[in-house]
Design a protein around this ligand. Structure first.
Ligand SMILES: [Zn+2]
Length: 127
C-alpha cells in the first residue's frame, strides 16, 4: 500500500488490531478456482477474473459429461494491522443523534431493510 492510499474499510476492529481487505501491490481483488465434486480435479487458480475458471469448468464437463457438480471458490487476502488511534479523532458530527444511530444501528438497519424487502416480495407473491 502506498503511503497516500486511503485506508481500506475495516472488516472488523479490535482494541489494538484492525482487519481489512488487502489491496497492497500485487494483491488480487479475488482468487478464483473450482473443484470437480465427482473426481476432485481442480482448475488452476486465476487472479481477478472468474471467467477462465468458468471455461475450465465447462470444458471439464464436456470431457466428462457425468462430472457436472463443482465447488467454486472465490478467495481474497486479508491483512491485520495495528490500530492507529491518532487517526480516529474526527471532528464532532453535525447531528450527533443521527450519527450515533447510524454508527450503532447502521449494519443492523441495512440487514433489517433487506429482510423487510424480501418479506414484502414474499407476501406480495402470496396474494
Ligand atoms: Zn471431474
Amino acid at each position: 500500500m502506498t503511503p497516500d492510499a486511503p485506508h481500506p474499510q475495516p472488516i472488523i476492529k479490535g482494541a489494538d488490531w484492525v482487519l481489512t481487505d488487502d489491496h497492497g501491490p500485487g494483491a488480487p481483488t479475488g482468487i478464483y478456482g473450482v473443484e470437480c465434486m465427482v473426481c476432485e480435479a481442480r482448475s488452476p487458480l486465476f487472479d481477478d477474473d472468474a471467467k477462465p475458471v468458468a471455461v475450465w469448468t465447462v470444458q471439464h464437463t464436456a470431457q466428462h459429461p457425468e462430472h457436472d457438480l463443482f465447488l467454486a471458490r472465490a478467495e481474497k487476502h486479508w491483512r491485520v494491522v495495528r490500530r492507529r488511534h491518532e487517526d480516529e479523532n474526527p471532528p464532532p458530527p453535525q447531528r450527533p443523534v443521527l450519527a450515533f444511530l447510524d454508527r450503532a444501528f447502521g449494519p443492523a438497519f441495512v440487514g433489517l431493510m433487506c429482510l423487510f424487502t424480501a418479506l414484502t416480495g414474499y407476501f406480495i407473491s402470496l396474494n
